[in-house]
Write a new protein. Structure first.
Ligand code: NAD
Ligand code: GLY
Length: 347
């Protein structure tokens, strides 16, 4: 078992352990006093893992009910959130009880926001079951739902009380979802850790599971460090957005269908590196993402992507902050006007 302590405004532990799902009762009862929880999950994860979690909690006298919604980003909205609130009222959940997010980033984001807002805030535990959720979304306290105006536009910062990552749960992930998480892992190598990048480029989608525990631990520890320095996303935390400005634009251009977030991030990282860094680094990054069946670019014309970039919520008073990595393990934040960004991307 590995343990990472996150020292944010409300500190918490991240436990990384194969088979940890069956020990959640023990882990949670050490972190929280309450004996009553609601597990929030999606239909796929529910079929795979809910029963084991309910049993593990029951072994430690924690009573739980399960709220299930249809899997996918289209459920991360105010309507599902309202159903969650109704369920919590129906089960008489009080401020001393807690929620458990069992699933990927969609489950984690909406459960976190329910926990931030229900009764003005109750505790919640993250049990991430996708690679993306383990290395990124379950850590750092960003919670949100989507509205018609855009993704993640309504949310709050709410740190979990505990995170339990069981890399055995990743074995049931479809390969496209594993690739999606690998895009974020490659991002961590690029922005902070040249050795992590080397580890990833020396494996591929068929054997990365052999080093999964090391990979998950290293990625989470990088995110911990970044979040501890800038919990509320005012500066350094922006480096986590490497590849994301163009990535989100590509996802938007595809209407968020048939194009995953990881594919967007991968293409975004490669495109910005190709334009603004050395050919050697660009080729190395492209070779690495290809090993995980991720794209190096997009068929979308750059001119059609730029309007999406200027709508990006990472814009700040008319400017765009973009991230480049001049070498593996090193990130720089650059702030330019939208017009300057467009010139850089078109040039
Ligand atoms: P997801 O939650 O939609 O999960 C992807 C798919 O995998 C779903 O169909 C799910 O049912 C299935 N699944 C989950 N675990 C499984 C398992 N172990 N075995 C088999 N299938 C499984 O997507 P995601 O990629 O995990 O997360 C994407 C979401 O995360 C987006 O909404 C994004 O905005 C958000 N996000 C949030 C943050 C943050 O800091 N809060 C960071 C990055 C992304
Ligand atoms: N996923 C970006 C962040 O947590 O800031």
């Amino acid at each position: 078992m590995k343990n990472i302590k996150v020292r944010t405004s409300s500190p918490y532990d991240i436990i990384i352990e194969r088979g940890g799902l069956d020990k959640c009762g023990e882990f949670i009862s050490s972190a929280l006093k309450s004996k009553k929880a609601v597990i929030i999950t999606d239909d796929i994860v529910d079929r795979l893992y809910s029963q084991r979690l309910v049993k593990s909690l029951a072994d430690y006298d924690i009573k739980s009910d399960v709220f299930v919604f249809p899997n996918g980003e289209q459920s991360k909205n105010l309507s599902t959130l309202s159903d969650i609130y109704d369920f919590l009222c129906e089960k008489n959940i009080t401020r001393s009880d807690f929620l458990i997010a069992l699933g990927g980033g969609v489950v984690g984001d909406i459960t976190g926001f329910a926990a931030a807002s229900y009764l003005r805030g109750i505790d919640f535990v993250q049990i991430p079951t996708t690679l993306l959720a383990q290395v990124d979304s379950s850590v750092g306290g960003k919670t949100a739902v989507d509205i018609k105006g855009g993704k993640n536009l309504v949310g709050a910062f709410k740190q979990p009380a505990l995170v339990v990552c069981d890399s055995d749960t990743l074995k049931s992930l479809p390969q496209t979802e594993l690739s999606c998480g690998m895009a974020e892992a490659i991002k961590y190598g690029m922005i902070r850790d040249a050795d992590l990048f080397r580890l990833i480029e020396n494996h591929d989608i068929s054997d990365i599971n052999d080093v999964m525990d090391e990979l998950v631990y290293t990625c989470i520890d990088i995110k911990r460090d970044v979040v501890e320095h800038d919990e509320f996303d005012k500066g350094e935390r922006m480096i986590l957005n490497f590849g994301h400005t163009l990535g989100h634009a590509i996802e938007g251009w595809h209407n968020y269908t048939d194009y995953t977030h990881g594919m967007g991030v991968s293409a975004g990282m490669c495109m910005i590196t190709e334009r603004l860094c050395s050919k050697a680094l660009s080729d190395r990054l492209k070779n690495c993402v290809k090993r995980y069946n991720l794209p190096t670019g997009t068929e979308a014309p750059i001119g059609e992507l730029l309007p999406y970039c200027s709508k990006d919520k990472k814009r700040d008073a008319g400017d765009i902050n973009y991230i480049i990595c001049p070498e593996t393990g090193k990130a720089e934040i650059h702030r330019v006007t939208v017009a300057e960004f467009e010139k850089l991307m078109e040039g």
